[in-house]
Design a protein around this ligand. Sequence first.
Ligand code: ZN
Ligand code: ZN
Ligand code: FE
Length: 758
Amino acid sequence: MDQRIIARQFHVKGIVQGVGFRPFVYQLARRHGLAGQVANTSAGVTIAVEGPAAAVTAFEHDLSTQAPPLAVITAVETQDLDPEGLQGFDIVTSKVHNLRATLISPDVCVCADCLAELFNPADRRYRYPFINCTNCGPRYTIIEDVPYDRPKTSMRRFAMCPACQAEYDDPANRRFHAQPNACPVCGPQVALWDADGRPVDSTDPIGRAAALLEQGDVVAIKGLGGFHLAVDATNPQAVARLRTRKLREEKPLALMAAGLEQIGAFARFDKNEQALLLSVQRPIVLLAKRQPNPIAVAVAPANPYFGVMLPYTPLHYLLLDHGFAALVMTSANRSDEPICIDNAEALERLADIADGYLVHDRDIYLRSDDSIIRHLDEAPRFVRRSRGYVPVPVFLQKPLPPVLACGAELKNTVCLTRKDQAFVSQHIGDLENLAALDFFKMTIAHLRRILDIRPEAAACDLHPDYLSTVWARQQSDLPVVGVQHHHAHMAACMGEHHLEGPVIGLCLDGTGLGSDGAVWGGEVLVGDFSGFDRAGHLAYTPLPGAAAAIKQPWRMALAHLIGAFGQGWADLDLPLRQHVEAGKLAFVARMVAQRVNCPPTSSLGRLFDAVAAICGLRQSVSFEGQAAMELEMVAAAGKARPYRFDLDESSGVHRILPGSIVAALVGDLLAGTPVAEVSARFHATVIAAFGTVAVKVGRERGLNTVVLSGGAFQNAILLTGLTRFLRDRGLDVFSHTKVPCNDGGLSLGQALVAAARV
Ligand code: ZN
Ligand code: ZN
Ligand code: FE
């Protein structure tokens, strides 16, 4: 054993603040009999130890192998120092450095230790809704600045009582330096307000709120990243009331149930889905419905899935302890505005929606919606990446110049890069209203501050009317890089998988502006981060009325029927004719014939809409992608035979002609084939057509790698089918698991393209 006295310093980087790292270091140093100190810095955690060389070596080993569960260590830099004869081991108060390279922890669900105390009548925090420790509790949503210390969080206004302070100061305690530490004596409190915001006098506000829910009321509940609107999910009148008031006509509503056993009564889950439900991020997990089930039909109409989550705050556990089979817990907003976070804001914005408000006085600094995830084709797939995951970066293959990417118009997120890390923001939403635009600007300012990133360029979509594009172009201090929508999708998937390219990018999507001014969305691209060319696509069809065609799939159906049958469409005996007035059909048919307000589109999402309308499933939608989703949901399981499809390769670009596909499926429908089978065959055709083009392009260009991106890959049949088709033909296939395949992941790709061009 080497007993020489040596001294060594460690700079630890990664997610090492707010995760119990300093207490861990303290106890580790004591165990190895080392003197020294540990401190949070803006760059991470710095440790200096002094003692026998063998002990220092053992300490160094344990530092990375035994780190606390929430810590993520990305680098440890060591440096030898001269021994100074130090005595004891100290945790010193934070130092502020210029480089704010530290990573902030996301919010974490209440841990098992805290939960046990919560329901222990002998504990001083018995039923206290803000119980937490260094291993659990709020983080990202309460942090205003770094380093992560209580005065930089919304806990600063609560002075700890002597008992809490003693825990906070005791290195052997689970709450040692737990910044949000609190108890009923000194910490935040809950209160129940009536519909007008008047406090309801009660010693048990949570119990009273539960009683309101039991009688069918809509209650606004302040959570971790914002308010939820809650109703009893088994009460059809209550669910209907919530839908009417919230103007959310058909989008599925999320459910929260007390435990796995309760969830098992209305949904099915396998061990992968169970692991997602139980994970500390506590996302909403899409689970197949069990039939029959006690949940009101209006929770997720025309959808074989429920979005389900387990409780993640102590307050949720206390509320669900009142015996609900499940509660609807949906983001508190009107229609598609950002989620409410502030008590006064909630009263104003949720008036006419909520019958009561369960509030508390711990401020939410940064709003963050629940994340939504689905286990598909052997991996978790984000539908929305937000609370619990943000601000964990996507780690890149190599360091990049700092850029800010402004994201898409719908499902907006923004992304900032710092060295080999890309920080994709929480879900900001649809940038169609002023409130969302304010949230967008605030998120950019906040991320720039806490990450200390001074971007050298701003990336945005090519679409001049996206509010994110308009904002980027107003930033006079930054060069702006316009990035084609589907190039960004492709780059996002490359970045996730550390691919340098060139690759084949199979980008199947709703809509994005193309480099030629057309509306793209069924694209086979070839390229890398710096550029691309278009090797194939769905052939153009007129998009009648542009944006109106997205809301009314029957318009797109008509355009595709005219494409397939010319004037003969009018003689077809399709459900479309009963669902849509003849006058409207004739009007849109004229628009298509004369190409008035009919930009050409290669969108696959719109072809799905058209087929859904042709099959009589749905003629108008209340949210983007609804018709396409329903077409997927009705598809018969099992192997289906594709329809014939034609390719036009005369221009050197592989164009998939939708006309022959539409003609074939219409023939099938008219022959009386069930819609379930037509849908299955249509899916098989799309897989065969795009798969064939990708294989041809690979052969022509000598490429073997395909990335799958774009919102259409939320479709399980397409994702699994195309992955299998391409792998069977020897190609390497990559799809998204770290960011959503939809426009929520677009900012990551924009950032990577812009960084390659700066
Ligand atoms: Zn805990
Ligand atoms: Zn206290
Ligand atoms: Fe897109």
